[in-house]
Ligand binder design. Structure first.
Ligand code: SAM
Ligand code: SF4
Ligand code: F3S
Length: 455
């Protein structure tokens, strides 16, 4: 990571000691949100305080996602709406960071078509943000760094969004090249952090009172494989489980091709590891999985699910699904519906396939129209609703330990949180419970949450 001391001193010289406000908006996955927290850490060093109100901000950073076209369109819409803001306040610095910037055609488009944007900073060049801001303050019309030289992973300071839930990236990038996915192109190859650095970070967070630690990577199961003699992911989980303190460990995502028995045994044997697994399947058809380059079949996936459920028949699973992959037939889609009914997920995150230029799937012929894809999506959600309304009933009568994360948006006088199984639990309570664990006796179940009374 760069030493920015001199640059920051110069910025302070130009801006003086008065208050300066920054607004950082992160989109996309939790890894990107974590990058946003590091950007804030860097800005804090530069004397910025933070606001959610763009109109009050002297600096706005949009930390973007490129995974689907809709995510990119949303950012372009927001950038467009900032044109007026910039006219009203010419001193405003508007910056674009995140995965969109890693596609050269997008970086070009931003530079050409959106003159209100002052700087573009790539995901691997975040530590040059102070230099880019300095360039803007010194009168440059446009500053850009999208080079690849560091991961910014051991950033000294982060401004975390929550005081009780913390994300800890354990690795960056992805080697899997699923044919639909842009991530390997915008985030590069897999790079694992050193286990001792991760453990030290978690120890620090637990000491500060954090109650939930979310370990992040695009495929956490291949953690450590790029480090000679490295610690494996199950070993890392066990080491973090041994850290003294009252906290829960979550992780995502887990690629099914690498979800080993050892990993599953570790989940069951470590008391602090959440009793839930997010196991993205993407499709219930082995043919589609082959076209997606997922490198497992439906039978192999079901074998893994079978091993989990042989240890606990009611174990909580969630998944990601893509609807309308190029030339997905009605029969192949039906196999996805069958799989969802067979596995009984507690929740699914489903997406209509979005063509990403540069990926292999973008070259595949696709005869299915958007309306058909939309209909399949609605059918899938309907099946999942039926599955979860039935399956959630298994929690009635159980005692669940819940980390309360807010007041209920649907019911007055209720708080909401997540159980170890990653189930939303709502119960009567007030905001003083936020950030605390509560034991709740479950008395009712819906298809998106369960309800109960604090014990
Ligand atoms: N690395 C994780 C994995 O393999 O499970 C997934 C990360 S990706 C950011 C999150 C989800 O976005 C994927 O699981 C997939 O369902 C979805 N996704 C990725 N590319 C997509 C595309 N081109 N169109 C629609 N959904 C997509
Ligand atoms: Fe994308 Fe596949 Fe990598 Fe996940 S594993 S980030 S879906 S390429
Ligand atoms: Fe999006 Fe980049 Fe994450 S493309 S999903 S923000 S790694």
């Amino acid at each position: 990571m760069r030493d920015n001391t001199a640059v920051i001193a110069e910025i302070n010289n130009i801006l003086g000691s008065g208050q300066r406000l920054a607004c950082v908006r992160s989109f996309g996955c939790q890894l990107n949100v974590s990058d946003g927290e590091k950007i804030k850490g860097l800005l804090k060093k530069m004397g910025y305080s933070f606001t959610d109100d763009e109109k009050a901000a002297d600096l706005i950073i949009l930390n973007t996602c490129a995974v689907r076209e809709s995510a990119e369109d949303r950012v372009f819409g927001i950038v467009g709406s900032y044109k007026k803001l910039k006219e009203e306040k010419p001193s405003l610095i508007l910056g674009i960071a995140g995965c969109m910037t890693a596609q050269s055609h997008i970086a070009e488009k931003i530079k050409k078509s959106y003159p209100q944007v002052d700087l573009v900073v790539g995901t691997s060049a975040l530590s040059s943000l102070p230099s880019l801001i300095l360039e803007c303050l010194s009168g440059s019309r446009f500053a850009q760094d999208i080079s690849e030289y560091d991961d910014f992973s051991e950033a000294a300071e982060q401004v975390r969004e929550s005081t009780f839930k913390a994300s800890v990236p354990i690795m960056f990038g992805c080697n899997n090249f699923c044919t639909y996915c842009i991530v390997p192109y915008v985030r590069g190859r897999e790079r694992s952090r050193q286990a001792q650095d991760i453990i030290a970070e978690v120890e620090g967070l637990v000491k500060q009172g954090y109650k939930e630690i979310m370990l992040l990577g695009q495929n956490v199961n291949s953690y450590g494989k790029d480090i000679h003699g490295g610690v494996s992911f199950p070993e890392l989980l066990r080491a973090i489980n041994d850290i003294p303190g009252d906290f829960i460990i979550r992780f995502m995502s887990s690629h099914p091709k690498d979800a080993s028995k050892e990993l599953i045994d570790t989940i069951f044997e470590c008391d602090k590891v959440a009793k839930h697994l997010h196991l993205p399947v993407q499709s219930g058809s082995s043919d589609v999985l082959a076209r997606m380059n997922r490198r497992y079949t439906v039978d192999k996936y079901l074998e893994t699910v079978g091993y989990i459920r042989s240890r606990d028949p009611e174990f909580s699973l969630t998944t990601d699904l893509i609807v309308g992959f190029p030339n997905e037939t009605e029969e192949e889609f039906q196999q996805t519906l069958d799989l969802v009914q067979k596995v009984k997920y507690d929740n699914i995150y489903s997406f209509i396939y979005s063509k990403r230029s540069g990926t292999k799937a973008a070259e595949m012929p696709d005869a299915i129209d958007e309306e058909e894809k939309g209909q399949r999506m609605r059918r899938l959600l309907e099946v999942q609703r039926e599955v979860s309304s039935e399956f959630y009933k298994r929690f009635i009568g159980r005692n669940m330990r819940v980390l309360v994360d807010g007041v209920s948006k649907k019911r007055e006088g209720y708080v909401s949180g997540k159980s170890s199984e990653f189930i939303i639990v709502e119960f009567p309570g007030d905001s003083s419970l936020i950030g605390q664990f509560a034991d709740v006796k479950i008395t009712g179940a819906m298809n998106w949450a369960v309800t109960g009374e604090q014990i």
